[in-house]
Each structure stands twice: as structure tokens, then as C-alpha cells.
Design a binder for this molecule. Structure first.
Ligand code: HEC
Ligand code: HEC
Ligand code: HEC
Ligand code: HEC
Ligand code: HEC
Ligand code: HEC
Ligand code: HEC
Ligand code: HEC
Ligand code: HEC
Ligand code: HEC
Length: 336
């Protein structure tokens, strides 16, 4: 995109400041000569800036040849820039994304005379959109998101002119959109125990921010996975499962520090309650196994006491006794 106009404009702005400050200061006659010269330069710069602005022809001029796109544009959220009538030319209508149209029209079309997203590649596409969309916090980290690193940018997910969704100009319905590239995730949401994403109850963006996330949340520092955050750096799970939030008088370190994914498959699983393992005690014994530095990690989990006879079926279902496994306000052993 051509930034010459605004650069020149800011150049003449600083000249103006210099000229103004001259009026309040005391200098010799030589300075008056300099000032005269500067005024000439300022006028020249102003004219250049003007002729630059006149490279913008307005969106109506595109209608002759791109009638369909122009006629549908009133439905686009970006139409606001035309409707308001208060934006500068480089921020109005078609030219706010495609750049000044004069050369393009003079040449009667062509992809080289305009910002053609089919040609400019992912990096410049990102820049063109972020010119206006970089302020929003949720997109602040988009440049180092995994998607950007893999050259998946705005136009891979959003379709400015041919959106298939009522909201957010998405190229397809959200779930379909994500599945076009993440086919294996689709299989996970078809497991017997799952979040009902395919059924429309939960969405990918309830847990992920496809624009990238800020800091890693909670335990996700090593594998952030663009998992979104709730307030206070919490995992997004707590938006819906608020009863698991705490703080509890007695926290279960694995929940509070390691995070929900230590025991649950967030997408779906063949195990009840979306657990990582088919029976509960095998989940627990990953840590409570007394194997010192063996096991999931040397994470301070204590060994089961000798009362727990693992051969006794009664003891295998740990949560029949340790019912408040996500944390308790009454009992250090999570029994109530
Ligand atoms: C918000 C940015 C934005 C605005 C505003 C915008 N476009 Fe586009 N335009 C794009 C992008 C991005 C593409 C690439 C295809 C896509 O992703 O939809 C595109 C593609 C095109 C194409 C190529 C054909 C096609 O459908 O792919 C034409 C022609 C075009 N735009 C004309 C216009 C005209 C005319 C206007 C004003 C009515 C306009 N654009 C406003 C972003 C924009
Ligand atoms: C005189 C006819 C004419 C006018 C007026 C015109 N265009 Fe085009 N435009 C064309 C032609 C022809 C092409 C090349 C189409 C192709 O190669 O497929 C083109 C291509 C484009 C493309 C690139 C499409 C791509 O493949 O990515 C964009 C973007 C575009 N025009 C936007 C605009 C905008 C914005 C305006 C108004 C400022 C405008 N055009 C006015 C004729 C015109
Ligand atoms: C991997 C896919 C993907 C990419 C890449 C992507 N988006 Fe999005 N975007 C989405 C989805 C999905 C939503 C809808 C979020 C929701 O439903 O809450 C969205 C929502 C939005 C919204 C409206 C809601 C909001 O958060 O303000 C804007 C604006 C937006 N995106 C702009 C952009 C821009 C600009 C870029 C490139 C810099 C971009 N997006 C890149 C998928 C993507
Ligand atoms: C000139 C500034 C500007 C540029 C450049 C720009 N946008 Fe926007 N965009 C806006 C404004 C303003 C809105 C409307 C926000 C509102 O509704 O209040 C918007 C809204 C959106 C939305 C939200 C739609 C919704 O339904 O809420 C998406 C998605 C979006 N833009 C994507 C893009 C993409 C992709 C690009 C690059 C191809 C882009 N924008 C370039 C200014 C811009
Ligand atoms: C209930 C919350 C939730 C929902 C809904 C969700 N995810 Fe995830 N997803 C996660 C969490 C948490 C992780 C990190 C798992 C880990 O690192 O152990 C993850 C990891 C991923 C990964 C990287 C790991 C892998 O399996 O390759 C991808 C890709 C992914 N999700 C895509 C999606 C898509 C696409 C959707 C929607 C169809 C979706 N997710 C819906 C919570 C969710
Ligand atoms: C155009 C293809 C494409 C689309 C569309 C797409 N992704 Fe991705 N996504 C990728 C690629 C490529 C990667 C990096 C390789 C990988 O992990 O699979 C990735 C990675 C991810 C990751 C893992 C990040 C990590 O740290 O490993 C998540 C989570 C994710 N995408 C979620 C989504 C969601 C949610 C959507 C829909 C809103 C979506 N993606 C749409 C291509 C896409
Ligand atoms: C948008 C809300 C929402 C978010 C966010 C969410 N869940 Fe869920 N979760 C649900 C709903 C609704 C159900 C009920 C199952 C269904 O879909 O019928 C559920 C079910 C579950 C179940 C199984 C409960 C049972 O009785 O079988 C587990 C375990 C679970 N979620 C864990 C998580 C984890 C871990 C996260 C974060 C990675 C998370 N959830 C994020 C809404 C959510
Ligand atoms: C130490 C392992 C572990 C961790 C970590 C864990 N859970 Fe659980 N969770 C379980 C077990 C075991 C069950 C099954 C309890 C039963 O059936 O008696 C369960 C059941 C659930 C259920 C369904 C039953 C209920 O109590 O509502 C939900 C929802 C749930 N967990 C959400 C979460 C969320 C959200 C997190 C993160 C804040 C989390 N879990 C972290 C082990 C864990
Ligand atoms: C990821 C490792 C991990 C997993 C899996 C795990 N725990 Fe823990 N658990 C811990 C750690 C660490 C502590 C804290 C030990 C301490 O305070 O010294 C703990 C504490 C406990 C305590 C309290 C002990 C005390 O004296 O304070 C009980 C009871 C307990 N876990 C039961 C379970 C049960 C039942 C399961 C399976 C549903 C389970 N744990 C799964 C790591 C784990
Ligand atoms: C029949 C009820 C019952 C079942 C089932 C049960 N526990 Fe316990 N657990 C207790 C009681 C009572 C205590 C405290 C007294 C004791 O040490 O025997 C305890 C204590 C613990 C402690 C703390 C030990 C210490 O030294 O502080 C851990 C850890 C623990 N249980 C984990 C588990 C795990 C893991 C399972 C499943 C394999 C399990 N429990 C199954 C009743 C049960």
C-alpha cells in the first residue's frame, strides 16, 4: 500500500510547527530568509500531498466494471466507512483495502495497478487488514500466532466479498471452516463422549482464539495451542464449568496447576467424562504411584496409603470416596 501521502502530510505538519515556533522566537534576518524558503517548501509538499489524495477516486468509480461487488457492498460491515461520510479517502470503501484506484482505472483494469489480494501474498494481506484491526486486544498477538507462522492469514478464514456466514464475514460456517484444515479434530468430536461441537452446542472459538492468544494461560505455557483465556489468565473451561473454578480451601494441585487437560481430553474421548483413560483409578495412578521421579513427572504427588488395596474393586473407583476431586472447601482429602 502506498503510504507516500501520509508521510508527506506529516512532513508538512512538522514544518508547520517549525514555522509557528518561529513566530514566537527572536532570530536575525537570516532566519527570515530560511523561513521564506521553508514556506515555499511547505507549499510544494502540500501540493504533492493533494495530488496524492486525488489518486483516490471513490467507490462509485469501480461500479462500471465490478458492478456485482459494488452493488452488494452495502451489506458489508466495511460499508460503514462510506455511509458515515467522515472518513479520509484512504480509509473509505473499496480503496481502504485495495489502495488508490486512479492508476487502475486509467489502465482500464489489471492486477498490477491495484492491491490485488490474489497476488500480494499472506504477509501483505495481514498488513493491509491490520492497518485498521490491530488495536483490538484479541488480535494483538496475531503476528506470532501459529496460524500466521504457517501463512494462514485473514483471507484464509474471512471472505470480504463472498461470506457464507451471517456474522464476522467468515468464508464458511465456523465448524466447517476449521475442519477444512483440521480434519483429524473432526474425528475427535465424533467420539462417544465429547463436547457437542458438531451439534452446534459448543464452538471452537469457545476455547480457542484463532487470532492467537496473549500470554499462555494457566498450565498452557509449554503448549499454548491458541487456547483462549478467561479473566485472570484462567482456562476457558471455567466460562461454562464455573463450579470447578474455586478458589478452594483445599486445592487439588493437578487441577489448579497442571490444568484440566491432565485428566480430560478437551475435544472428545472414548472414555466416560472425557477422561484420558478408560478407568478412573488409572488416571489417578499416573501421579499417585509412589514411583518417585517416575510417572508423569516428579510432581510431589503422594503415594497411596496402605489402606488402599488396589486389588480390592472397592478401592478402584477413587471418586466414590474422593468425590470433590476438583477441589474442596471442607476436606483436605476431597471426601466432601
Ligand atoms: C475490507 C477490505 C476490502 C474492502 C473494503 C474491499 N475489498 Fe475487494 N477484496 C478484498 C479481499 C481480501 C479480496 C480477496 C478475496 C477475498 O478474500 O474475498 C478482495 C477481492 C476483490 C476482487 C477480486 C475478485 C474476487 O471476488 O475475489 C475485486 C474485483 C474486488 N475485491 C473489488 C472490490 C471493490 C469494487 C470494493 C468496493 C465496493 C472492494 N473490493 C472492497 C478486500 C476488500
Ligand atoms: C474500466 C474497468 C475497471 C474499473 C473502473 C475498475 N476495475 Fe478493477 N479490474 C478491472 C479488470 C479488467 C481487472 C482484471 C481482472 C482479471 O484479471 O481477472 C480488474 C482487477 C481488479 C482487482 C484484482 C482482482 C484480483 O484478481 O485480485 C481488484 C482488487 C480491483 N480490480 C479493484 C478495483 C477497484 C477497487 C476499483 C475502483 C477504485 C476498480 N477495480 C475499478 C477493471 C476495472
Ligand atoms: C484461522 C482462521 C482465522 C484467521 C486467520 C483470522 N480470523 Fe478473524 N475470525 C475468525 C473466526 C472463527 C471469527 C469468529 C469468532 C467468534 O465467533 O467469536 C473471527 C472474528 C473476527 C472479527 C470479529 C470479531 C472480533 O474478534 O472482533 C474480526 C474483526 C476479525 N476476525 C478480523 C480478522 C483479521 C483482520 C484477521 C487477519 C489479521 C483475521 N481475522 C484472521 C477466524 C479467523
Ligand atoms: C480502513 C480500515 C479497515 C481495513 C483496512 C479493514 N477493516 Fe475490517 N472493519 C473495519 C471497520 C470500521 C469494521 C466495522 C466495525 C464495526 O462494525 O463497528 C470492520 C469489520 C470487520 C469484520 C467484522 C465483521 C462483523 O460481522 O462484525 C471483519 C471480520 C473484518 N473487518 C475483517 C477484515 C479483513 C479480513 C480485512 C483485510 C482484508 C479488513 N477487515 C480490513 C475497518 C477496516
Ligand atoms: C472445550 C474446549 C475446546 C473446544 C470446543 C475445541 N478445542 Fe481444540 N483444544 C482445546 C485444548 C484445551 C487443547 C490443548 C490440548 C493439549 O495441549 O493437551 C486443544 C488443542 C487443539 C489443537 C492442537 C492439538 C491437536 O490435537 O492437534 C487443534 C488443532 C485444535 N484444538 C483445534 C480445534 C478445532 C478445529 C475446534 C473446533 C472444531 C476445537 N479445537 C474445539 C480445547 C478445545
Ligand atoms: C487454511 C487452513 C486453516 C484453517 C482454515 C484453520 N487452521 Fe488452525 N492451523 C492450521 C495450520 C497449518 C496449523 C499449524 C499446524 C498444526 O498444528 O496443525 C494450525 C494450528 C492450529 C492450532 C494449534 C496451535 C498450536 O499451538 O499447535 C489450533 C488450536 C487451531 N489451528 C485452531 C483452528 C481453529 C479454531 C480454526 C477455525 C476458526 C482453524 N484453526 C482454522 C491451518 C488452518
Ligand atoms: C461453551 C461452554 C463450554 C466450555 C468452554 C467447556 N465446556 Fe465442557 N461441557 C459443556 C457442556 C454443555 C457439556 C455437557 C455435555 C454435552 O455437550 O451434552 C460439557 C461437558 C464436559 C465434560 C463431561 C461431563 C459429563 O458429565 O460427561 C467434561 C469432562 C468437560 N466438559 C470438560 C471441559 C474442559 C476440560 C473444558 C476446557 C478445555 C471445557 N469443558 C470447556 C460446555 C463447555
Ligand atoms: C486430577 C484429574 C482431573 C483434573 C485435573 C480435572 N478433572 Fe474433571 N473429572 C475428573 C474425574 C476423575 C471425573 C469423573 C468423576 C466421577 O465420575 O466421579 C471428572 C469429572 C468432570 C466433569 C463431569 C462431572 C462433574 O463433576 O461435573 C466435568 C464437567 C469436569 N470434570 C470438568 C473439569 C474441568 C473444567 C477441569 C479443569 C478446571 C477438570 N475437570 C480437571 C478428574 C479431573
Ligand atoms: C497430574 C498428577 C495428579 C493426578 C493425575 C492426580 N493427582 Fe491427586 N494430587 C496430586 C498432587 C501433586 C497432590 C498434592 C500433594 C501434596 O499436597 O503434597 C495431590 C493430592 C491429592 C489428594 C490429597 C492428599 C493430601 O494428603 O493432601 C488426594 C486425596 C488425591 N490427590 C487424589 C487423587 C485422585 C483420586 C486422583 C484421580 C481422580 C488424582 N488425585 C489424580 C497430583 C495428581
Ligand atoms: C473406600 C473409599 C476410598 C477409595 C475408593 C479411595 N480412597 Fe483414597 N483415601 C480414603 C481415606 C479414608 C483416606 C484417608 C485415610 C487413609 O489414608 O486411609 C484416603 C487417603 C488418600 C490419599 C492421601 C494419602 C496420604 O498419605 O495422605 C490419597 C493420595 C488417596 N487417598 C488417593 C486415592 C486414589 C488414587 C484412589 C483410587 C485408586 C483412592 N484414593 C480410593 C478413602 C478412599
Amino acid at each position: 500500500m502506498d503510504c507516500g501521502g501520509s508521510w508527506l502530510a506529516s512532513g508538512s505538519f512538522s514544518l508547520t510547527i517549525l514555522l509557528r515556533s518561529r513566530e514566537t522566537s527572536h532570530g536575525g534576518p537570516w532566519l527570515d530568509e530560511v523561513v521564506k524558503l521553508l514556506r515555499v517548501v511547505q507549499a510544494a509538499l502540500f501540493l504533492t500531498a493533494l495530488s496524492n489524495a486525488s489518486d483516490y477516486v471513490g467507490s462509485d468509480a469501480c461500479k462500471t466494471c465490478h458492478a456485482l461487488i459494488v452493488n452488494q457492498f452495502f451489506r458489508n460491515p466495511h460499508y460503514k466507512s462510506i455511509a458515515s461520510g467522515t472518513e479520509t479517502p484512504e480509509n473509505t470503501g473499496c480503496e481502504s483495502c485495495h489502495g488508490p484506484g486512479k492508476a487502475h482505472i486509467d489502465a482500464r483494469g489489471g492486477n498490477a495497478t491495484i492491491v490485488a489480494f490474489s497476488e500480494i501474498g499472506p504477509e501483505k494481506t495481514l498488513d493491509a487488514c491490520l492497518r485498521c484491526h490491530s488495536q483490538t486486544i484479541s488480535r494483538a498477538n496475531i503476528r506470532r500466532s501459529v496460524h500466521t507462522q504457517e501463512d494462514v492469514v485473514c483471507s484464509n478464514c474471512h471472505s470480504v466479498h463472498n461470506s457464507k456466514s451471517p456474522k464476522f464475514l467468515l468464508a464458511r460456517k465456523q465448524t466447517e471452516l476449521c475442519y477444512t484444515c483440521h480434519a483429524s479434530v473432526k474425528a475427535q468430536f465424533s467420539m462417544p463422549f465429547k463436547h457437542r461441537v458438531n451439534e452446534g452446542v459448543v464452538e471452537c472459538t469457545d476455547c480457542h482464539n484463532p487470532h492467537g492468544t496473549f500470554a499462555a494461560s494457566w498450565r498452557m505455557s509449554s503448549r499454548p495451542r491458541m487456547v483462549d483465556q478467561k479473566e485472570a489468565n484462567e482456562e476457558p473451561c471455567l466460562k461454562c464449568h464455573a463450579d470447578k473454578r474455586g478458589p478452594f480451601v483445599y486445592e487439588h494441585a493437578s487441577v489448579r496447576i497442571d490444568g484440566c487437560e491432565t485428566c480430560h481430553m478437551p475435544h472428545g474421548s472414548t472414555n466416560a467424562k472425557m477422561l484420558k483413560r478408560p478407568t478412573i483409578f488409572t488416571v489417578c495412578l499416573e501421579c499417585h504411584n509412589g514411583a518417585g521421579s517416575f510417572g508423569i513427572a516428579n510432581n510431589g504427588a503422594i503415594h497411596l496409603s496402605s489402606t488402599h488395596n488396589m486389588a480390592d474393586p472397592r478401592y478402584q473407583n477413587c471418586t466414590t470416596c474422593h468425590v470433590r476431586i476438583h477441589g474442596s472447601n471442607a476436606d483436605a482429602l476431597f471426601m466432601r
